[in-house]
Design a protein around this ligand. Structure first.
Ligand code: KG4
Ligand code: ZN
Length: 335
């Protein structure tokens, strides 16, 4: 039996969790900064770092208490060290290093995208690699072949904006507030998805890259044109039409890549994996494939996914020393 303490602070959530044997969550405390950043329409890195610093020790304490364990019971301390906002990452990394140094427990370096993928293992105990995973969040859009628990191959990725970033930017021009993904998801349900044609970008057969900046610009131009003509914009129609073209290309590439590599299991991960239309579209088009996605609370940033990933990294012998540093950019293939 191994208990892992997982610490996440790469963006705007300070979260700490205790997970048993990689799959059983004993606690998962999430302190979100969304209410602060929404005043600015997006995450302000300097504020994020300071807020992490203010709450990190309390969140660690609460996670241990909720799991009914003490630091003595913990076998590994896992922490997200890459990729993310460097100042934000540093807070979690420093806290984890201090705990590891003080207790003598092994420190496990966790890659944020690997952790998002691992969120799928928590609720789907039958899920094992290999599978094809779409990771779509505020900072990333990747199609990843999960070869093993600690072996990942990038099959496709965005060439410009991340999918979540496109949701957030479109929500901003529609005056819906931050974060935009959940707002567009809700509003789109009242709209006509065929009202406006926003062109989806594909890079051809056997290429699984994404580009979302064209769709985002298409929405901005549509709104500006309507405003110049004094026409009223039906926001629900814009949300539904935008969401349709983004979701279609996400599912095209995920299923296309799975077919190309002969993989019968596909999964979603990252904040955009909460999107109800994405889940529905994948279920409708999956054919004979098995589909997996985490509960919404495990799709957005959380400590449980970090602890889960740390468990498998530790089994593979990936232990860091106290020279571990925050790394803002790092391929998911390296850790
Ligand atoms: O994984 P995450 O919490 O943080 C990053 O690692 O970036 O993802 C946050 C992103 C935001 O861009 C947010 O708008 C998007 O996930 N998101 C959604 C939904 N819920 C969150 N996008 C579409 N539909 C949703 N329901
Ligand atoms: Zn994330």
């Amino acid at each position: 039996m191994a208990l892992v303490l997982g610490i996440e602070s790469s963006c705007d959530e300070t979260s700490v969790s205790v997970v048993k044997d990689g799959r059983e969550v004993l606690s998962n405390v999430i302190s979100s900064q969304i209410d602060i950043h929404k005043l600015y329409g997006g995450v302000v890195p300097e504020i994020a770092s300071r807020k992490h610093l203010e709450v990190v020790n309390t969140v660690i304490k609460e996670a241990l208490e909720n799991a009914n364990v003490t630091l003595d019971d913990i076998d590994y301390i896992g922490v997200t060290y890459a990729p993310g906002l460097v100042g934000a990452l540093l807070v979690g990394v420093s806290a984890a290093k201090a705990l590891a140094y003080a207790t003598g427990k092994p420190l496990v370096p966790v890659h944020h995208i690997r952790a998002h993928i691992c969120a799928n293992f928590i609720e789907h105990t039958e899920l094992e690699p290999p599978f094809m995973c779409l990771v779509a969040s505020g900072g990333h859009s990747h199609i990843i072949l999960v070869e093993d628990y600690t072996s990942f191959k990038v099959i496709g990725q965005t060439r410009d904006d991340a999918a979540g970033e496109a949701f957030d930017k479109v929500a901003r021009v529609l005056d819906l507030g931050y974060p935009g993904g959940p707002k567009i998801d809700k509003l789109a349900k009242d709209g006509n998805e065929d009202a406006i044609s926003f062109k989806k970008v594909s890079f051809g057969k056997e290429n699984y890259d994404f580009s979302f900046s064209g769709i985002k610009t298409g929405v901005i131009n549509y709104i500006h044109n309507a405003e110049q003509k004094g026409e009223l914009v039906n926001k629900a129609d814009v949300a539904a039409s935008f969401e349709k073209s983004v979701v279609e290309v996400l599912v095209d590439n995920l299923l296309g890549a799975a077919d190309r590599y002969n993989i019968n299991r596909v999964a979603l991960a990252g904040g955009v994996a909460c999107n109800s239309r994405l889940r529905l579209e994948l279920e409708n088009r999956k054919g004979s494939k098995q589909v997996f996605y985490p509960s919404p609370i495990l799709c957005t940033d959380n400590g449980a996914m970090v602890a889960c990933s740390a468990y498998y990294e530790a089994l593979a012998g990936n232990i860091a020393d106290t020279t571990l540093n925050a790394v803002p950019f790092l391929s998911v293939e390296l850790n």
